[in-house]
Design a protein around this ligand. Structure first.
Ligand code: BV8
Ligand code: ZN
Length: 253
């Protein structure tokens, strides 16, 4: 299937007619805000991480073996995120949610992103499938706090109870938050339109949601700068930047 030219008429009528939309977003949605993606060329790790494979850092084993290195990597990403703003793609998804809910429709934004830029833009019904680097949790008493201040003094930061605190993200090999993946799965079973935006569609179980949506008869749309493993399986695969395509999609009503 060749990527359809943006704004295919059938896509418009489907978007207008949809009453239950599930949107799955990935790092590509935040790329135009200056947040590096996990994979692919636009990822920019600070020099400190030359030669480190993020996939090797985003694991409980890595934190157990190198708590300082891993905590510093996440704290640097948190500090960088605090300098960024939502982009036009984030804002378009807020508008889509507003339009749909204003006519009694259902909207869920299931994000793999850990940057909370969707919340900053004003999205309301959001499930964070992979947690958030803005939240840090004690490894002993589980006390959690959203951290919006300057970089930590020590890495890893310590809890009052004395134990190290970890980023509130889901690492590889860790289970996703039960409530979040359940809500996303229920939405995939019920939606009439599934939108995959800015994700490489290779991390499970998030990448499995589209198959649940297709099995329930939903139409499927992908917006991505590059081809992904689902590009040839969706009804519309629109090649481009989400910060440009999403506003275009909404502009045409
Ligand atoms: C689980 C948080 C089971 C941390 C992340 C072998 C061993 C162990 C596990 C596995 C294994 N094989 C498979 C697995 C399962 C594993 C998995 O799927 N691995 C993959 C790599 C094969 N999954 C897990 O481990 C999950 N847990 O299975 O647990 C279990 C069950 C019960 C009990 C115990 C255990 C946990 C997965 C979550 C991992 N955490 N992040 C952190 O952020 O550091 S995942 C990581 O990848 C990212 O954070 C992100 O969340 C996720 C997906 O990445 P994307 O968001 O898609 O970003 P990416 O950079 O890849 O792509 C960007 C896309 O945007 C590209 O397509 C690009 O073209 C596009 N783009 C760029 N710019 C733009 C754009 N598009 C539009 N506009 C633009 N401007
Ligand atoms: Zn504690």
């Amino acid at each position: 299937m060749h990527p359809s030219p943006p704004l295919d008429p059938g896509l418009h009528s489907t978007l207008r007619a949809a009453r239950r939309i599930l949107v799955l977003t990935g790092a590509g949605v935040s790329a135009e805000s200056g947040v590096p993606t996990f994979r692919g060329s636009s990822g920019v790790q600070p020099a400190l991480w030359e030669g480190f494979d993020p996939m090797q850092l985003a694991t409980p084993e890595a934190f157990a073996r190198h708590p300082e290195i891993v905590a510093r990597w996440y704290d640097e990403r948190r500090a960088l995120r605090l300098t960024t703003q939502p982009n036009a793609g984030h804002h378009a998804l807020v508008e889509l949610e507003r339009r749909l809910t204003s006519v009694g429709g259902e909207f869920l934004l299931a994000t793999q992103n850990v940057d909370r830029l969707h919340h900053a833009a004003g999205s309301r019904n959001v499930e964070e499938l992979h947690g958030s680097i803005m939240v840090w949790r004690c490894t002993r008493c589980e006390e959690e706090r959203e951290e919006l201040g300057p970089p930590f003094e020590t890495h890893p930061p310590r809890c009052q109870c004395g134990a190290p605190r970890r980023p509130g993200v889901v690492w590889f090999g860790e289970a996703l938050p039960e409530a979040a993946i359940e809500a996303a799965t229920r939405a995939a079973e019920a939606c009439d339109l599934f939108m995959s935006v800015g994700t490489s569609s290779i991390v499970f179980p998030a990448a499995g949601l589209i198959e649940i949506a297709r099995a329930n008869g939903a139409r499927t749309l992908e917006i991505n700068a590059e081809e992904t493993p689902i590009s040839r399986r969706v009804d519309w695969s629109v090649r481009g930047k989400s910060g440009e395509i999403l506003p275009q999609l909404l502009a045409s009503g």
